[in-house]
Design a protein around this ligand. Structure first.
Ligand code: ADP
Ligand code: MG
Ligand code: MG
Length: 211
């Protein structure tokens, strides 16, 4: 696929909602190990609300779809992840402007803006054991794939694969941001819930683009 229109973005978001619902228990279990055991519930509540909004009427530009996701996540997810994912989708929405279709470079622009929004809001650096540890490798891989001439599916596949590796690489890290940081060295040996949900989110987008 050489580009993705609003309907394509909606299809991606619906797939994300399904994936988050599927992995709700696992995400909550990860958050029970190093947090307060609500990440799966928080994310599933948010994306269930997103689905309800999309069922009531689908926006007709990619930017408007991303903005709907942002505002819904901000008002329903709560915790640390709600404002962070909300900011990511809001920045992505702004970054793609009035485009009616997203080409590979626009996807990279959106992912980069989303990651930058999370960093601006949460102040996490790489290896602080947060969602940034999935997002930053994803952005870098997406950019490399787009610069190499990859299509939308190739860009999202590269992002998803490196996000999954980044999430797995949080296991040996000690958390320096969020609730998990309160555990100090006891946060070592567990995979970060937010990095894991980011990897699932990008995997769902890649899988839809590959169809
Ligand atoms: P809470 O910790 O408030 O219950 P969640 O459980 O929904 O919120 O989300 C926890 C996740 O949020 C963590 O696993 C981590 O990836 C992410 N997170 C927490 N603080 C930050 C931060 N400052 N920057 C980036 N991500 C963060
Ligand atoms: Mg939590
Ligand atoms: Mg909480």
């Amino acid at each position: 696929r050489t580009s993705c229109d609003a309907a394509g973005v909606v299809a991606g978001i619906r797939a994300v909602a399904a994936t988050i619902a599927e992995h709700k228990v696992e995400l909550t279990r990860l958050d029970r190990d190093i947090g307060d055991g609500d990440h799966g519930e928080n994310m599933a509540r948010g994306f269930t609300a997103v689905l309800a909004k999309l069922d009531a009427g689908e926006p007709d530009t990619p930017s408007a779809v991303l903005k709907l996701v942002a505002s819904t996540l901000i008002s329903t997810v709560g915790g640390a992840a709600g404002p962070l994912y909300g900011t990511a989708f809001l920045r992505a929405s702004t970054a793609v402007k009035e485009a009616t279709t997203l080409d590979p470079q626009a996807i990279v622009t959106a992912l980069t803006a989303g990651r930058d929004g999370v960093v601006a809001r949460g102040k996490a650096e790489l290896e602080d054991k947060t969602m940034v540890d999935a997002l930053t490798p994803a952005v870098n891989a997406a950019r490399a794939a787009a610069d190499a001439g990859g299509d939308v599916a190739a860009v999202l596949r590269a992002a998803a694969n490196d996000a999954a590796m980044g999430a797995a690489a949080t296991i040996p890290l000690q958390a320096r941001k969020g609730r998990a940081s309160y555990l100090g060295a006891r946060s070592i040996g567990h995979q970060d819930p937010g990095a894991t949900s980011t990897a699932y989110l990008l995997e769902a987008l890649a899988a839809v683009a590959e169809k």
